[in-house]
Unconditional design. Sequence first.
Length: 316
Amino acid sequence: MADEVVQYEVDGAIARVTMNRPEYGNAQNSAMTYALDDAFYRAAADDDVTVVVLAGAGKHFSAGHDIGTPGRDIDTSFDRRAGLWWDHVGKLGGESRYAREQEVYLGMCRRWRELPKPVIAQVHGACIAGGLMLAWVCDLIIAADDAFFADPVVRMGIPGVEYFAHPWVMGPRQAKEFLFLGERISAARAYELGMINRVVPRERLAEEVTTVASKISAMPRLGLALTKKAVNQAEDAMGLQVGMDSVFGLHHLAHAHNAEVGADSLAGQDARSMRDARQRDEQRRGQLTADGRSGEDVVDGPREHERPAASSGGGS
Ligand code: ZN
């Protein structure tokens, strides 16, 4: 269905999962999170599917977590699947925030990383903050030459997004630069860092992903599953999971500090204020393009005072 937040289609051995909130840069609300989970579950269970592709409809892969669109559903209850944490709705402060983010951000990403079939992220346009988490849980990342990547949440006083894979997907020193600056990096730069597998011209992206997926699909299902598990286990042995758990505590210290001393757990920031801050920074650095714009506005959410009242948890 064209109006579903996630579209699912099967083409031979390939399942295509497409995020479908193009008017908001595919900003990820909980409705999308659970629709993604449905799609991944379906792909895992279908014996005819060997490889899964995750893509975004419209101009961008994903602008990140929904921190301000009209569809922001932070105070809506969903049936939880990633773990046994209780519903965050109706809880206060850190309890609400922690229960929510364990489930919909960290827990879901970990669950998807363990999908026992190869998953390819097909990335074009923006892949920002929460969008990185979606790309990083995939096994391969194939990007268009117009793709760009950033985790700007240090501006909120927060040490990176909840699925803290940064030092493992690009190396510790590069992760520090990526986070300290919070700047967008190009697909070419992401390739140099080893964060993505291939960069192709925008018009060839879908074709390239299909070619790679088709080649992979010729391999035996169990061989692929065990190979994926082998590499994931090696990453875990390199500290990915325990590192992520320890940083999740720092992440929640930051949310709590923000809520304690400021407007909210996001330091009063939303999509629009983050964009404005980035543009001010770029202006200071003289990075404006010839026409005076500093790049596309990925998501244009309501300002802080327009947010739905009584949002209990943090969104980033
Ligand atoms: Zn958070």
